[in-house]
Design a protein around this ligand. Sequence first.
Ligand code: ADP
Ligand code: MG
Ligand code: ZN
Length: 594
Amino acid sequence: MNQRNRNFLVGLILVGLAIVLMNSISSQKTAPKEMVYSEFLRQLREGKVSAVVMEEQRIEADMKDGTQVVSYAPEDKNLLVVLRSSGAKITVRPDQGPPWYVSLLIHWGPILLIIGVWIFVMRRMQSGNRMFNVGKSKARRMDETTKRTTFADVAGVEEAKEELVEIIQFLKDPTKFKKLGGKIPKGVLMLGPPGTGKTLLAKAVAGEAEVPFYSISGSDFVEMFVGVGASRVRDLFEEGRKNTPCLLFIDEIDAVGRHRGAGLGSGHDEREQTLNQLLVEMDGFDSGEGVIVIAATNRGDVLDPALLRPGRFDRQVVVPLPDVKGREQILAIHSSHVKLAENTELLKIAKGTPGFSGADLHNLVNEGALYAARHNKDSVELSDREWARDKVMMGPERRSMLMSEEEKRNTAYHEAGHALVGILTPKSDPVHKVTIIPRGMALGLTSFLPNEEMHSQEKEYLLARIAVAMGGRAAEDLIFGEFTTGASGDIQSATQLARRMVCQYGMSEVLGPVMLDKGEQQHFLGRDIGSDRQYGEATAEVIDQEVAQMVKSGYLKAKELLATNLEKLHQMAKMLIEKETISQEDFQSLMPSA
Ligand code: ADP
Ligand code: MG
Ligand code: ZN
């Protein structure tokens, strides 16, 4: 029961009490003295009564001496005879029944009670059970009293922040912008891979502007009943308009915003209705009102183009994976609560984590702290974080996995092959660590430490990477003369890299610098960047030949390098079988020249 209902109830009780009180006062005023029936009869016979008013069993009598008395008569047939013969004036009143409020209660009470119970039950259903709460928006309002997220909590996405500064200024003072006639976008679409901080950025915008933040996920709109999503959209915008200026955040908008008509069957009516309602709402408000809608997705390519039209989500902000500097800053943000050992350089971790998202880095920091705690350390060291990095990258170590001696030997030569080719190829990234502890799906791992984030990569560097990837298999071939399945991942990555070199970077001498494939790594950027083939069968054949040629020559190069350094390969494999994990210092003792 809410406050208003309670006030109403208290009022009702007070009014009722007042009525009862007044009634009793008014009846007291005329309250006559009570007289027993026999005495009344005696006085009647003596002719002392001038008038009586009869009402059921109650008799009110005016005495000749001016007093009033009241008496209660039994069912007495004689009474009337005596009364009539007494000569008193007789008035008979019909039964008045209960007072009006009592009869009102008797007549209407049950109905009111039923209505009351019904309202109560409905309310309970609405607040308690989701099934009965279908039309509500479910948007969560971020509590203003808790610590606000600000731009200081987000790192490595400077361009995105710059784009959002204007939105913040607008939310802080919408009227100022309106006066100047500035045109503010209603909707901002944030595009980027998962875990890059899109949600965090949206929160930070609200935090910086100090406005309420309503967050809802696209999947919340999609429910089992048709029309529910649409009503939730309506509700969300209504809520927003009541609380201007504010920020509405729709996460995973691709759940509702998929290209219409793309689905099969009629099961998509609901989503289409929801999307249509969203479009209607976006069109229906004026950004001058002080409501800004931010949506986020990692699938920009599947969004309905109608969403991106002017006046809707016409401003787009790309939130990419962080570069090495960004990763260092993100690590710093999340390390602020962690006790780090003195020599722990964040930059070193940042360098070893290309492709990690902000969420991955956050995870790495947590895992590292847990690992250090498990080993009773007072602070988190570099090695703990390296362990955590491998765990985040490859899944947990499977130390308990039983590896036969033969398998262990195979893996040791395989990994030593990768590492040795890496060490012996000048253009390759330096080898950082080699391990034959199984992790995730891999039996072993050779990790590299890229010197710096490279935005453009030389052909020779890429060829070196192919050779390194083939190094594992080349070693197996050299030593055992047969292959295991352990190299399938290597072959896949080498082939993919070769294909990109041929089709996207124009690095094939036969085909020349032609863009044959737009590539698909950045599919989140928009639907028109898909990879559609734009060449004929003959070209396709040449591409396949070129790719095969590149991988093969990488393989031959690796094999040749290992063959001329066979002794080192044996030494390194032996070391690996003994220690399971070897690092940079160990390689240096193996080959002082490297
Ligand atoms: P997205 O919405 O893009 O999938 P989130 O915003 O949900 O990613 O990020 C998840 C978590 O990862 C955040 O709560 C934060 O701890 C961390 N994180 C991600 N990106 C960043 C970043 N750029 N700076 C700091 N922390 C980040
Ligand atoms: Mg998110
Ligand atoms: Zn391998």
